[in-house]
Design a binder for this molecule. Sequence first.
Ligand code: ADP
Ligand code: ZN
Length: 736
Amino acid sequence: DAGRRRQERIESRLPVLKTVEVLLPVALDRPLTYAVPEGLDIVPGDLVVVPLGTRPTVGVVWDGEGAAVDAAKLKPLSGKVDAAGFSKPMRSFIDWVAVYTLAPRGQVLRMALRGLAEDPGPPQPRIGLRATGVAPKRLTPAREKALAAASDGVVRSKKALSEAAGVSTSVLDGLVAEGALQPAPLPPPPPPRQPDPDLPGPELSVEQAASARALREAVAARAFSVTLLDGVTGSGKTEVYCEAVAEALSAGRQALILAPEIALTIPFLDRFAKRFGARPAVWHASVGEKGRAAVRAGVADGSVRAVVAARSGLFLPFKDLALIVVDEEHDAAYKQEDGVAYNARDMAVVRARIEDAAVVLASATPSIETRVNVERGRYDKLALPARFGGRAMPAVQAIDMRRVGPPRGSWLAPAMVHAVTETLAAGQQALLFLNRRGYAPLTLCRRCGHRMKCPNCSAWLVEHRFRASLVCHHCGHSAPTPKTCPACAAEDALVGCGPGVERIRDEAAERFLGARISILSSDVMGAGERLKAELEAIERGEIDIVVGTQMVTKGHHFPNLTFVGAIDADFALGAADPRAAERTFQMLQQVTGRAGRGEKPGRALIQTHDPDHAVIRALVAGDREGFYRAETASREAAMMPPFGRLAGIVISAPTKEAAEAHGRALARIAPKVEGVRVLGPAEAPLAMVRGRARVRLLAQSVRDFDMPGFLRDWLGAAPPARGGVRIAVDVDPQSF
Ligand code: ADP
Ligand code: ZN
């Protein structure tokens, strides 16, 4: 008792501590409560360092009162991070995404903290060299050259001075040792040039100008709006949405331009620089840590005005976001499947609503979701129905592979070969498109029939000759291509079945002797300098035939490209995925749209085994609207998105039995609610990935239904996942 009283006396002498809720970038939904040390002024949104387990961790002060706990018993936070905090809209956005995707809030926060250097430390002054006037003991010709180059008194880096003088750096080291040169701080680099919205843009056509005006008004309104910019390939969508960017920049505000693929940002950067006199900031996975830290800091303090980004750029903490452009809004790459399963196009709309910003969704082949939102009056629409400069759309024809296909062991039909030959003879460029990386999608033994499968996944291994290996496109497993069959040990019996782009390249090299061929595929080209150089070589006409995957379908502008051949166009059409038709249509429309964007008219051929398929017929007839009407009607009839809602629940486990048992247990306890049904468990589209068996439950509901709420109620009552069972929720799955 005496002890307790003493304890109370001690506590009453301690200052009254405030508590705060801190959200941490870990897989926790709830913020944790910390005590605020005296003298520290903390408000919601501040970035703080807190002890978490044994590690100091950066978190964000979240809204809400600290829990009613004894502050003295809480760990105090360690300090404040000297970086711009999270605005209220940014915090609401993170809350919203977490609720919608069912991801723990901390996991969403982790995406928004990317690029934040844990402890950047004080900036290191950069050191260079300058001449002192002290004569070295010995003057060699090299030393003379070095001192002459340094005689202007300018401080240069060691590397710059050695290059300017044409001497090795060891010569400079010698001069430093003898006092003739001396280290000195380099002048700070000039701040990067900012885009200038007042530079004149191109002269716009009447239709373009009308659309540009409408978009400028939407940005100037400082209110939430979504506009579909629906323009055929080559209509000048980029030029038009750049006017919206100009409007944001003129107001001193910020613009975010999302692109589905890094490769697409490369040509865009130059176009942007031409329009605004400086490049935008760039944000994606291939940007180094330093670069990302700089972009993040600039975005947060408002000094960076324009950012071109992959989908993750949506989670940057903009200070004053006026506009989000989602280029190629229909693209499936906007959907993140791992971790937080979100669609950046949809979340861009959410973010803009929270920030009172304008959204521009640009596409030549808008998603059915977006078109339906326009029809319902929720989004505005601007149309650019014709190519810029009166250029014609390419003429599209189908090649019926059942009747006039290629000879055995070859992938290009005679008509395709003929068209490429003609194109090359006219001094123009041809593009052969196949959406399959590698050399062959399946390798089997001619003698025993053994098929090379991934040891971890239910997938075939894809031969990549370029890397001389067999690769799994799902888990990344890779092994050198064996010389003998692993099953029967036969030598030289393994053969590749079916084509990939590398194989098409080989066939093209054989058939079109002397043609300069380039292969554009993410695994061959990467996304950096190599790709950029290749794209420029194509643009300059140094390449005759481009063989490429879907990497080439979008965005690029090759003025001398007049022919596009799509090989095996319908391999995706047979898939059970209800989105397959829409996706194939979009892909083929985009790739054929690469033809004839310059002065010369273009044409396209599509190799197909199903020329009567609605997708192929619409492409040949140029009947985009007809295709959309039919596809929209069939979605509506099947209550598929956007007419109904879907969510997938993937249950994975070390064994198929464990996954199935848990799936059945979950299905049994699904709440019985009007307007929703639960299907499955069934094998997931990929039944085995990375050594884990996968089954899937599918919840399908009417449109006006709170699917996340339903899932939360359901999964909240679920039995605990034991024995390595894992559950992943995917609201609005891309493929189903
Ligand atoms: P989209 O994005 O709709 O496919 P782009 O914006 O890439 O079309 O435009 C296609 C080509 O036409 C580009 O080379 C672009 O520079 C050019 N272009 C479009 N509009 C104009 C214009 N008003 N003045 C000059 N060139 C234009
Ligand atoms: Zn695998």
